[in-house]
Design a protein around this ligand. Sequence first.
Ligand code: 3UK
Length: 544
Amino acid sequence: MEPSVFEDTFARDNLPPEHEWPEFLPAKPPLHYSRRLNAAAAFLDANVARGFGERPAIVTPARRLSYAELLAEANRVAGVLRDDLRLQTGSRVLLHGSNDATTAACWFGILKAGCIAVTTMPLLRAKELTDVISQARVCAALADARLAPELSTAAARCPELAQIVWFGETGPTDSLERRAQSRPAAFDNADTAADDVALIAFTSGTTGKPKATMHFHRDVLAICDAFPPAHLHTTPDDVFCGTPPLGFTFGLGALLLFPLRAGACAVLLESAPPDVLLDAIARYGATICSTSPTAYRAMTPLASSHDLRSLRTCVSAGEALPAATRLTWETATGTRIVDGIGATEMLHIFISASGDGVRPGATGKPVPGYVAAVLDEDGRALPPGSAGRLAVKGPTGCRYLADERQRQYVQNGWNVTGDAYLMDEDGYYWYQARTDDMIVSSGYNIAGPEVEDALLVHEAVEECAVVGAPDDERGTIVKAFVVLRDGFARDAATVRTLQDHAKTAIAPYKYPRAIEFVDALPRTETGKLQRFKLRAGNAPGGRP
Ligand code: 3UK
């Protein structure tokens, strides 16, 4: 490793030992970076230096910041951290805000000051914030004043968190805005090493203690120079928008880092339910939209009443994109979806497909710079056509902060994501299920998402989730939780209709022997189905 500039060595000290790291593939241009690198400079200083100062960097319903303005704002935040709060380089700074311009400026300011950004989602509760603060040994926080109740409760339990600076209109007089005003618009960026930690991101973990993943300055650039050039063909005229929070690395990359790396414009929306997102696409002339499969399903019936002519490409990630969801969206809007699997451990997307390379139902092929394999239980590569454990390596990879689970995720240099996948003869990767979501019923292996895809094409089905449920006779049966569209009855006749439909759409042994109608499906804040809650029988609004 390159000598670190960090005065506070907590992050480097708590990296896993190097023999537990994944293999990092030799960086090829454009993924080769100099040994000293402050990633924030590549997004802000570099764009201003190349004459983009007056171009729009961030647009929100309330504000519009040019690259020069965003650079000045980030520099002032960096000044507050270094000269006002007197933070050492290497200090972990909690960033707790929604998708807005201040949160974005703070993110860059933290990196510029040589501190480590611990970005969190606004909906986290005191308990979750307490875990994050204590695990990452957070020293200071920059937080939206509207989120004060939960964060203050957490802070009271965390002596290591010595300073909180609030931002937003309702903030107190020593708000971040006030402090920043008295700092200069220029800042001498910390001379970080390319392999100094820039970011600690927590997994949205559906079960167990959240895992803190660490990412270096070079990783922050590597994700921008891998997936977007290969599949988005970004230009400075692009306008990005979407829903994932900046506290989720899907959102950080797709809504902030990808646009700014390209000198393009990031539209940030605090919350974007389907009609708001569709409005925003029309209003800001968005060209690239990133959100979840669920959101595409919800937006499809509304699409025709919005002007979406500016839209060029859509990105779907977080969960598998069913072929039916892709088809109905593409038919309704004339815009193609780029599906991509990413993970917090990998920082962003590593398998994807776009344009004529898309095979509906498959995720795609490894993004240039990454390689993938499907492994058996003993870590041997399986031949095409067999389902097994997905393994990847590339310029980014998993380094948990002091966590035993490092040895589960990284095996023989591979990042093992916990997904069951199949590779076909042409090298396309097909998602099956989370490894622990595979259903074994009467000796058959059944992937819940395949049954979900089959049900989703039926007109009565709005959303559904399929899990294994205990059964006296068969051990485990396939059970579907279904949210019906308006106008369909929650009765035995509908159950039978859906079962008959499934039997014709997929091999009959996979049909859901049990169907329960529910009002909604349990999801994480990042939009993922919480199948474990359904297995435990905790569906919201369930009616037997
Ligand atoms: C699942 C997918 C099928 C898969 C993420 C893009 O989701 C992200 O990160 P998380 O750590 O979850 C990782 C897990 O989510 N998954 C994500 N995308 C897909 N499954 N098809 C997909 N397209 O189980 C994976 O292991 O929350 C996504 C960018 C950054 C991210 N952090």
